[in-house]
Design a protein around this ligand. Sequence first.
Ligand code: UDP
Ligand code: MG
Length: 327
Amino acid sequence: MSSSNNQELSIVVPVYNEEDNLEELHTRIVDACQKLGRTFEIIYVDDGSSDNSYTTLKAIQKSHDAVILIRLRKNFGQTAALSAGFDHAQGDIIITLDADLQNDPQDFALLVSKLEEGYDLVSGWRIKRKDKFFTRKLPSALANWLISVITGVKLHDYGCTLKAFRLEVVKNIDLYGEMHRFIPAIASRMGVNIAEVKVNHHPRRHGKSKYSVFRFVKVILDLLTVKFLLSYSTRPLQIFGVFGLISGALGGAIGLYLSYQRLVLQISLANRPLLLLAILLLVIGFQFITLGLLAEIMVRSYHESLEKRIYYVREIIDSEAETIPEY
Ligand code: UDP
Ligand code: MG
């Protein structure tokens, strides 16, 4: 792809209290990029570290022109840090990795060559993951399976930060909460080609992991949001409406049945719990439909006020046969 960008590669690294890893990490990243023979920039995002990470990164930045250092005002989380990096990235290809030396920069070559086979997003798969089994690998295996089934984007390892993207992919996704692991699923709604390559993984040697098992719960909640956004964000009434109609129809049917009993057969309704159920179902049905209609209005104002498109173009070919990349 032709481009007016400065670099071929942008390496984006979120950093939170990783002081003892940074120098070795930087050396390894530079080494891997030089081996690839591409122009590159390295974007370190200091996510409000409270140790010496910032000072170390500042020194690294001073001694290396290719380094951009972004310092966030406080700890916003890994997703926000990645997002800040994406906003500033200029390369045709963006590669993300962890700062803790668990990912291996030597895998860049693999990711880039896979991407250039015609993919838009290449995700790392930590085939021999070096983390604890019960607290990390097991929940993660469950999460990967669930995310794959629910979003329909089948990957073995959603949690691997080592990924490569084409620039237009990262410029088109909005990240919130802790959604960075869902980037492939979120990007899938743009219609991207996704591949997976097996990558190395090393145990963490310095510093501590920033997460615990409780992350699993958040992942499940985020999955709900992602699924909804992926499937119904431009037509919310179609999901709320279906529930509303089913509930309303059931309530209506029970109501008719009870009315028939009361009016024709003269059966008393005073001690009939079924009456409560009918009323409940009718009210819920009515609420679901109004909720869906409200969501429709919100979706419209969201898309229109932010000029969000409801489609994504891969390329436009005009009479001069020039390919215009779309952001
Ligand atoms: N990280 C971050 N902000 C946070 C938590 C983590 O930028 O609030 C960075 C962290 O420095 C590391 C990466 O995200 O580079 C992954 O974190 P960690 O290694 O703790 O996750 P794990 O490998 O244990 O899943
Ligand atoms: Mg790690």
